[in-house]
Ligand binder design. Structure first.
Ligand code: XMP
Length: 305
């Protein structure tokens, strides 16, 4: 386990030395990693750090508002509304890697615009140890702003948490005084809800996943999963009132893990699963079925794409 106090002290000094009298920028996603990296870098640099939050439209319910409130103390925070641009870029794409690529590219374009406007010389990233391992193994193209350094000519990249595991990041977050909505937040993938939508990303599917994920997170909070969420798989027949409908199939996934590299599907009580089912089919008119995913990682991954 990391000694959070000593870690923060050491990293604050390191970040100050690395950035000198330059200006740094960080992409804030709202997840625990980037939030902790941003809070750490802000402690070191103050207004010489610009945290940038890009609202891709692929975020969880209420996330943008939460970010605005949590990081309100950073005057340099920039919030970019890119929702329409992301949906446009994703239209017609069904291949998972192409989807990730399109999101990564658009993210870079949005971030690059701000980096140039702010004249940023340094990029701070919330990369943690498991990200590096998975990227090296090319299991999946993690889009933690990878590629950005090639577009913007930064003088340097600072990754203060590159050797930490997730639970150590949470320790640091708590020490930095980040509210528990952030420090205890479940991991959320860079490409957002898009990797929980099998096939093309449309506004309708995003809404279904967003609402269903909200229900799952809410119902399972007390079961303390590593990650719990909903995904949209495709369509299947159901009955609503007197009519047969062709509605969305929503998968519920809840896993236990230490670092996301392997995971076990969580055993949940039947009544909990039934309550989730009834809330999801009750709130979303166009959902015909809810299924529970019992697959561990491996052989499945945690996310769907
Ligand atoms: P998988 O689905 O590969 O996910 O079993 C392992 C962990 O990584 C998260 N994840 C991502 N995080 N960018 C990220 O920052 C990504 O592209 C990405 N894909 C998956 C996932 O939520 C899980 O915690």
């Amino acid at each position: 386990m990391v000694d959070a106090e000593a870690f923060v002290e050491e990293k604050v000094t390191e970040i100050r030395e690395a950035v000198g009298d330059g200006h740094a920028i960080i992409a804030l996603s709202g997840g625990v990693d980037s939030s902790t990296a941003a809070a750490l870098a802000y402690e070191a640099l103050g207004e010489e750090l610009t945290p940038v939050y890009v609202d891709t439209g692929l975020m969880r319910k209420g996330e943008t508002e939460e970010i605005r409130e949590t990081f309100d103390y950073m005057e340099s925070l920039r919030i970019v509304d890119a929702r329409e641009r992301f949906l446009d870029e994703l239209a017609g794409i069904t291949d998972p890697e192409e989807k990730r690529h399109a999101i990564g590219e658009q993210f870079i374009r949005e971030f690059e615009t701000v980096a140039r406007e702010e004249d940023a010389d340094y990029l701070v990233q919330g990369t943690i140890y498991p990200d590096r391992i998975e990227s090296e193994g090319t299991i999946k193209s993690h889009h933690n702003v990878g590629g950005l350094p090639e577009v913007v000519d930064f003088e340097g990249i600072v990754e203060p948490m590159r050797d930490l595991y997730k639970d150590e990041v949470r320790e640091v977050a708590r020490h930095l005084g980040l509210e528990s909505v952030i420090s205890e937040r479940m991991p959320f993938p860079g490409p957002g809800l898009a990797v929980r939508i099998v096939g093309e990303v449309t506004e309708e599917k995003v809404e279904v996943v967003r609402e269903a994920t909200h229900v799952v997170e809410d119902e399972l909070e007390e079961h303390d999963p590593w990650q719990a969420f909903a995904a949209v798989l495709g369509k299947a027949t159901g009955v609503k009132g007197d009519n047969r409908v062709h509605g969305w199939v929503v998968a519920v996934r809840s896993v236990e893990s230490r670092d996301g590299m392997t995971a076990r599907a969580q055993e949940l009580p039947w009544d909990v699963l039934q309550r989730i089912q009834s809330r999801i089919t009750g709130t979303s008119e166009n959902v015909s079925r809810v299924v529970y995913d019992v697959t561990h990682k491996p052989p499945a991954t945690i996310e769907y794409e």
